[in-house]
Design a binder for this molecule. Structure first.
Ligand SMILES: C[S@@+](CC[C@H](N)C(=O)[O-])C[C@H]1O[C@@H](n2cnc3c(N)ncnc32)[C@H](O)[C@@H]1O
Ligand code: SF4
Length: 345
């Protein structure tokens, strides 16, 4: 396969707003029962006795910074900082400090958080170049929050959302639809509508960890969408060309973005032969980097993890490697580039 062809595939990834989701830690102050932890073992599964463990936090702040610089250089337009809970990582602020002032048409820096520590951190975060804060709000009462996340601080999270709205250019709420919060969904949506903040309603994404309860717990957004249209929302479909297609319901000053499995997702070359394709909800949309400095091309394929750390030490090679590696995955061809430990199947 010619490098030129692989570069074209990579360009497609870039242009379609393909993302990097960079996990700064796999640990968390919450214990959500559904957590996919971006492909690492979910915090709720780790009890010290079952042999499951967190990833080692071996990627240094400097290594993250080199990676981020390279991704910006390569024209990646969406950089997500996530976890675990990124606000508990001491690496977050120095990494954000290294990101230059930029226009959002150049690239967007997005910070995902469960919001629990946000109040404490708002002052120091306001000086960073963050374009968007994604705050999870799965419950509207402490009782439901406890049932879902094993932590209760819903009023603090709501208050932080109100404050954050005054500080950051864009705020978006993430709410996963599940039996534990069905009775509170409309309260959450009304809360964000009053604040004129957008919200994304997620359907449960399957992972091997939530396999035992997946069928019983997964709820479609279909009925909720019908209710919102009934309330005057204007519906249209957003096919972004990458990842999950979304049903959009617009109100004045607020958009509700609903993940809807039945609308399908985007799949690329490697997906066609993927052994877990039938369980894959997300499709291909994001490269995930974990705290060991490994990257994987999608949530369910940890067998395709590659070690970026040797390349991060030679940034020129890293910059050559990433486009060809992503291009090969999209094309569905084997990749034998430098630093690649695994083969694309
Ligand atoms: C893994 S969390 C990390 C950031 C932060 N701790 C938080 O909860 O927002 C990132 C996002 O993934 C969502 N998420 C986690 N597991 C999921 C699953 N199985 N299905 C759908 N969304 C999930 C969370 O609700 C959250 O909005
Ligand atoms: S708050 Fe986020 S990282 Fe923590 S357990 Fe919940 S989904 Fe996972």
């Amino acid at each position: 396969m010619h490098e030129e062809e692989l570069m074209k595939e990579f360009d497609l990834f870039r242009i379609s707003e393909g993302r990097f989701r960079i996990s700064l830690t796999t640990t968390c102050n919450a214990r959500c029962w559904f957590c996919h932890n971006e492909g690492s073992v979910p915090p709720v599964q780790i009890d010290g006795k079952n042999g499951l463990r967190h990833k080692m936090h071996t990627c240094s702040t400097e290594e993250y910074i080199t990676l981020v610089e390279t991704l910006i250089d390569l024209g990646i337009s969406r950089l997500y900082f996530t976890g675990g809970e990124p606000l508990i990582s001491p690496k977050l602020e120095p990494i954000l400090d290294s990101i230059p002032l930029h226009g959002k048409d150049q690239f967007k820096v997005i910070l995902a958080t469960n919001g629990v520590l946000l109040k404490k951190k708002l002052d120091s975060l306001k000086s960073k170049h963050i374009d968007k804060l994604k705050i999870s709000l799965h419950a509207f009462s402490d009782e439901s929050m406890w049932n879902i996340e094993k932590i209760s601080s819903v009023d603090e999270v709501k208050a932080s959302i109100v404050q954050a709205k005054q500080i950051f250019p864009e705020i978006e709420i993430n709410t996963l639809l599940m039996p534990e919060n069905q009775h509170e969904n409309m309260d959450i949506i009304q809360f964000v509508r009053d604040l004129q903040i957008d919200i994304e309603i997620l359907e449960l994404v399957w992972t091997d960890y939530n396999r035992p309860t997946y069928t019983e717990k997964r709820i479609s957004t279909y009925d909720l969408a019908k209710d919102l249209i009934h309330q005057g929302g204007r519906e249209y479909i957003n096919k972004s060309g990458i990842g999950v297609n979304l049903k959009m319901i617009d109100f004045e000053n607020c958009s509700v973005r609903l993940m809807d499995n039945s609308l399908g997702s985007s799949y690329v070359g490697t997906c066609q032969m993927c052994p877990v394709k039938s369980s894959c909800v997300e499709g291909f949309w994001s490269i995930r980097v974990d705290p060991e400095g490994f990257a994987q091309p999608c949530l369910l394929r940890s067998d395709l993890r590659i070690d970026l750390k040797p390349l991060i030490r030679e940034p020129k090679k890293l910059k050559e490697f990433i486009p060809l590696w992503i291009g090969s995955f999209m094309k569905g061809v084997e990749f034998s580039g430098t630093g690649s430990k695994e083969r694309i199947r």
